[in-house]
Design a protein around this ligand. Structure first.
Ligand SMILES: [Mn+2]
Length: 345
C-alpha cells in the first residue's frame, strides 16, 4: 500500500478501481450480487458485477466533482460464483413463464416453479441483508453492485433497521426509467419490477421514496403511488424536459426534488434511468433519460445538500458481447461517483 500511486495505471492483482486496500482499510464496502432471475426482457445483469470490477481499473482516481474519492478506501468482496449459479438455476425456471407472459394460476408446474424462484430470491435477499447489516454495524458504508433491480431489497431493509434503531426516517432516492411499483410481476414476488413496492410495503422506516428519470410505467403503478399519499414523489423524465424547455435549470429541479428527502438517504441507481446510449445492454432500455453529466450533477446536489448516504446500489448494468466494455465502463464510472457521494465526511 505504501507504493500506491493514484496517478498510475492499475497493477495486476489490485482491487476494484485498481486500489490496494483491504476490507479493514476501507470505509466503503462493495458487494457483487450476480443475480437476475426475473429479468423479463433481456438477461445479463448477473454478469454486471465482474464486468464492472474489470472496467473499474480504467477509471481515473481523481474525480472532477468529488476529488480524491479513493482516499476513503474502497473494497469489493470477491466474486460470488455460488450466487451466480443460484441465479442461473432460478432463471431457467423463470424464463419459460416470463416468455409466455406470466404464471398460469391453474398450472401446478407453473406454481411450483414460481415458488422455487421466490425461494431463491429470498435466499439472495437474506445474504444481501446480512452482509449489509454487518457492514453498517462495523461503521462502514455498504454499496451493492447488481444484478438486476431485485437485488437491493435486503440492503434497503438493513438500512431501514439501522434507521429505526436510531429513531430516524430513511429516504430512498431511486434513479430509474421505471417506477418498479408492481405488486408482483409475471407471478414473481421479488421481481425487478416490484422492488419499490416491496420496499414500501415491507420497510415502514422508509418515509419517502423519490423517483427520478421515470418514463415507462403502468396505470396500476400510478394508482399505487397516489394511494401512498405523498410518501412517493415521482419525477417524470418528460416533465423535467418540459420544465427545462420552459427555462428551469436542471440544478433547480434537482434541488427542489432532493429537498423532499429526509436527512438519511439510500440511493438506488438503475442504470436504465440514464439515456440508453449509456447502457445499450440493459434489460429494459427506454428512450429519454438522464445524460451522464446530469446524473453526476444530481449526485453532486445530493452531496451538497448535506444529507447522509447510508448505503447505495448500482443495478441493471448488462455487459454485451462486442460492446468494447462500454456498458461496464459507464457502470464503473457511475459507481465511482456513487462512492464519491457516499464517502463519509
Ligand atoms: Mn428499476
Amino acid at each position: 500500500m505504501t507504493s500506491f500511486d493514484p496517478s498510475a495505471a492499475a497493477t495486476p492483482g489490485s482491487g476494484v478501481f485498481g486500489l490496494p486496500f483491504s476490507a479493514e482499510e476501507s470505509r466503503i464496502h462493495l458487494l457483487p450480487v450476480p443475480f437476475d432471475a426475473t429479468t423479463s426482457y433481456g438477461g445479463g445483469a448477473a454478469s454486471g458485477p465482474e464486468a464492472i470490477r474489470e472496467a473499474s481499473r480504467q477509471v481515473d482516481l481523481f474525480d472532477h466533482q468529488f476529488g480524491q474519492v479513493y482516499e476513503t478506501g474502497i473494497f469489493m468482496e470477491p466474486p460470488d460464483s455460488e450466487m451466480e449459479a443460484a441465479s442461473r438455476a432460478a432463471r431457467a425456471l423463470a424464463s419459460p413463464i416470463i416468455e409466455k407472459g406470466g404464471a398460469d394460476a391453474e398450472s401446478v408446474d407453473d406454481q411450483r416453479a414460481v415458488a422455487e424462484v421466490n425461494a431463491a430470491c429470498e435466499k439472495m435477499n437474506e445474504r444481501v441483508h446480512d452482509w449489509t447489516r454487518g457492514v453498517l454495524e462495523a461503521g462502514r458504508v455498504p454499496g451493492l453492485v447488481g444484478g438486476d433491480h431485485s437485488t437491493p431489497f435486503g440492503a434497503i431493509h438493513a438500512c431501514g433497521e439501522i434507521a429505526a434503531a436510531r429513531g430516524v426516517e430513511l429516504g430512498v432516492l431511486q434513479i430509474d426509467a421505471h417506477m418498479d411499483l408492481r405488486e408482483a410481476y409475471e407471478g414473481f414476488t421479488w421481481s425487478h419490477a416490484s422492488i419499490m413496492w416491496n420496499v414500501l410495503e415491507r420497510i415502514p422506516t422508509v418515509s419517502r421514496l423519490v423517483q427520478i428519470g421515470i418514463r415507462d410505467y403502468c396505470e396500476d403503478e400510478t394508482g399505487y403511488a397516489r394511494g401512498q399519499r405523498g410518501r412517493i414523489s415521482t419525477q417524470h423524465d418528460f416533465d423535467w424536459w418540459r420544465w427545462m424547455d420552459g427555462g428551469a435549470t436542471f440544478r433547480s429541479l434537482c434541488e427542489r426534488t432532493i429537498d423532499e428527502l429526509p436527512a438519511l438517504v439510500y440511493v438506488s441507481l438503475d442504470i436504465d434511468g440514464l439515456s440508453p446510449d449509456l447502457c445499450p445492454g440493459t434489460g429494459t432500455p427506454v428512450p429519454g433519460g438522464l445524460t451522464f453529466n446530469q446524473a453526476a450533477a444530481l449526485l453532486e446536489c445530493l452531496h451538497a445538500s448535506g444529507r447522509r448516504i447510508v448505503g447505495f446500489d448500482l443495478n441493471e448494468v448488462c455487459p454485451r458481447e462486442g460492446d468494447g466494455e462500454w456498458n461496464a465502463n459507464v457502470g464503473a464510472r457511475m459507481l465511482y461517483k456513487l462512492c464519491g457521494v457516499a464517502r463519509p465526511k
